[in-house]
Design a protein around this ligand. Sequence first.
Ligand code: FES
Length: 490
Amino acid sequence: MIMKNISIWTEEKQNTVCNSLHENLLLDVLIIGGGITGISAAYQLKNSGLNIALVEKNTIGMGVTSKTTGKLTYLQENIYTKIKKYHGLDKAKLYLESQIDAINLVKNIISKENINCDFQKVNSYLYTNYDNEKLIQEINILKELKVKLNYASSLPDKTKVNNAVFIEDSYVFHPLKYLYALKNKCLNSKVRIFENSKVTSIHQENNLYICKIGENFIKAKYVILALHYPYFLIPFWFPLKTSIEKSYIKAFKVNQNDYFNAITISKPITSLRYHSDKNQNYKIELTNSHISCTKYNEQENFNALLKSQNSPDYIWSNMDIMTDDALPFIGAIDKTNTLLIATGYNTWGMTNGSIAGKILADIITKKSNKYLALFNPLRKINIGKMLNFPIVLGCNTCSFIKSKIKKQKPWYPDNVRFEKRNGDNIAIYIDENKKEHIVYNLCPHMKCSLIFNVVEKTWDCPCHGSRFDIDGNSIEGPSNYNITYPKKNL
Ligand code: FES
């Protein structure tokens, strides 16, 4: 098989892509974003009696949800050490409960709706080969939280490790099969879904949000921003509260499925799982994750995957939003509880996106939810305790400056070039047929210059994770604008 530069999950296609929006609507709830968060929220709200629509700027699931490893586990690196340190043991306990609730939520939906999404119960390992102290610290907190742990000195595929613990109530699944099934359930319940429909502005008038999509407008009482990265700066000042973690993932054929998932306690993370589909077994490995500003040579990271013992059948990269205080942002960001966000999952998008859907639905339907305060996006962040905060600040600045100097990276092939044309900074990629693909080399979000992702053939922003295809169309936010040259519509 020839290696594909796409996520393994994207081989699964939707039966039908929904039409884009060509009418004005008046709604109770508008959900912007069709990843795990948006679709889960729509699913939770579908029988509420409210008039709901979901709009997705590309197609359902094709943002970060398609790039995940698809694990549902509550052993998450050293998350409980961090939460205890920043927020105390009670909050660490509550976070643990939220992850267990999320896993049960997904499990119950799959069973109730009879969804075929390769959902599999597997043991979940947390291990180290060199950082025993960090693992022991996390184990001690897990014990305080009454987690039942098992101990091991090797992984089930016989890989020897220095020290490992595992839990038994963890799962893996195919994220897009799950998402597409939920989408269909929503459509059957009269939730309206519009794909290839980009919201380009939101403002509020007379207690209604007015959202512009192409030539049309949606007016809604509630807006859920189920976006990987919100596209506005104020009032939330998101870049100051988060950083971007980039990771590199490959899937390769193996003879058997060893039915476990695992993750290392220390960065750079190695995370792995198995997946079986159509009588073929795959191992999926994520490696070399790093805060985006700390390493620019993506090619080196991809090369490490390409040259490793098992050559990939699929290779891709992902960008996760990391919050300064180790907790996601899920909830309202305005006084009237009508503008809601969910993001900053610290690489644990499948559990947090699923529980976010429930929390957001509970806010809108005015039900109580015990996680509201924990994930409150407007919570006070104790900067004094945040080792991360100076790093985040430095990272934002450093990414901006570094992106400006030396655009022509030494690892770029000859078919990637930078020029000034009619006063504009442009970047050119020349494809196999010698066709030039020209883009503005400036991210519309906060004006960082872009890096060419040689493997996936995308223009990636090192500052906050916007991605564009070779013709400049925005694939992932926060930039909501394209970088097509010469300038076309959005
Ligand atoms: Fe923020 Fe590019 S400058 S994503």
